[in-house]
Ligand binder design. Structure first.
Ligand code: PLP
Length: 384
């Protein structure tokens, strides 16, 4: 099954035991799962996994769950890579694709992370699970907790999209609100976890959500017929999407699936909260806290991400960039993306569309390059 070997501090490289509950490392950095790739190199090949069901568990060798009985699945992963011919024609791009994550069980890419993280939490004996959320992660936690009958505690900013809050409630989660942003919700969760012994599933404070999300990278490779795209646009909040993709590319290279050519990664944010874009501009290795964060795209309203240094390192290693677009641009982007592709875009994906238009205008990408834009959630979650 899994060839998980150990957990590694993303700053110091110090090793941690995955058989125990682990959160941040001694120096307060995220832990990343490491695998015994050499052991599976010969057998875990694209050809060997071809006939497996197309969901994220087809990559179980490079996922952390060791006991199959602990897997909690609602059919996550295996989302379509939609060829956007009409939009591509409009933009002058021959190979434009939308990776449509709205097709996941809870209609966002957050299903992937929670499927794996909840499975691991159960394997480690946790029964009271908690997360702060901009909306989608909370709904995903609620669903996976409901599937196995454990408690989900979700703390949301009061202005989180109504549909996601109702979704989490309808799935049986204990939902509470803070007047503030996701970091304030995170502080409440941390306090409650300490007082009540809940298991903290905050972004990058446990090592396994990112493992679920990295499967998007493996899927892209398979869906493109055994190659990676030239450019990927991803909306960045806490950064697990980008970090997961980059981790998948590292692993695929170690497995011998790919060579060292990597997609150029584009991190997309709103001008109302763009700490990654600012740090890229300034050549900084970490982000400064973004004051008065404001945007209509809740998934990218994260004033300082715990894994900012990992995101920035990946962007630079990929020869990528970070783009910030205004709320007007991203809302218009979501409208145009939806109406030229038939994929109902979330505001965060609308930001990626606006960024793509800008990069095309700047000739940052060539017309024959393969470009993948992520629709990270269904636009239906934002109707009020
Ligand atoms: C729809 C959507 N897109 C993008 C993001 C940002 O993802 P990440 O936190 O992995 O950067 C989120 C996070 O809440 C989201 O809900």
């Amino acid at each position: 099954m899994s060839c998980l070997s150990h957990l590694e501090c993303s700053r110091t490289g110090e090793r941690y035991d995955p058989a125990e509950i682990q959160h941040l490392s001694r120096v307060g950095a995220p832990l990343l799962a490491r695998y015994d790739i050499e052991r599976i190199r010969a057998d875990f090949t694209p050809a060997a996994i071809k006939t497996r069901p197309f969901d994220l568990w087809r990559y179980h060798e490079v996922l952390p769950v060791r006991d199959p009985a602990c897997i909690v699945s609602l059919g996550e992963g295996g989302t379509p890579l939609v060829r956007a011919r009409r939009l591509g024609d409009e933009l002058g791009l021959e190979q434009l694709f939308i990776k449509d994550e709205s097709v996941n069980p809870t209609a966002s890419f957050k299903s992937r992370g929670m499927a794996v993280a909840v499975s691991m939490a159960l394997a480690l004996g946790a029964r009271e699970l908690a997360t702060p959320s901009a909306g989608n992660a909370g709904a995903a936690l609620a669903a996976y907790a409901a599937a196995v009958g454990v408690s989900a505690h979700v703390v949301l900013p009061r202005d989180a999209p109504r549909a996601t809050a109702l979704e989490a409630e309808a799935l049986g989660a204990d939902v509470s609100y803070v007047d503030g942003l996701i970091g304030d919700a995170g502080r409440v969760v941390a306090q409650q976890c300490q007082q009540r012994g809940w298991y903290d599933l905050s972004t990058l404070k446990e090592p396994y959500r990112v493992e679920g999300k990295k499967t998007m990278g493996y899927e892209l490779y398979e869906q493109l017929g055994g190659r990676l795209p030239n450019v990927i646009l991803y909306p960045t909040g806490g950064g697990t999407g980008l970090i997961g993709l980059w981790k998948a590319f590292d692993e695929m290279e170690a497995l011998g699936w790919t060579d060292s050519h990597r997609p150029r990664m584009v991190s997309v944010q709103s001008t109302g909260c763009a700490p990654i874009a600012r740090a890229m501009d300034e050549g900084a290795d970490e982000c400064a806290f973004w004051d008065n964060a404001q945007t209509v795209a809740p998934g990218v309203r994260v004033p300082k991400a715990l894994g900012d240094f990992i995101i920035l390192r990946g962007l630079r290693e990929s020869a990528g960039c970070a783009v910030a677009v205004s709320d007007d641009e991203l809302l218009e982007g979501a409208r145009r993306l939806s109406q030229t592709t038939g994929v109902l875009a979330c505001p965060e994906a609308g930001a990626c569309f606006a960024a793509l238009e800008r990069l095309v205008r700047a000739h940052w990408l060539q017309r024959d390059e393969t470009v993948v834009l992520f629709n990270t959630a269904s636009g239906a979650k934002y109707f009020s």
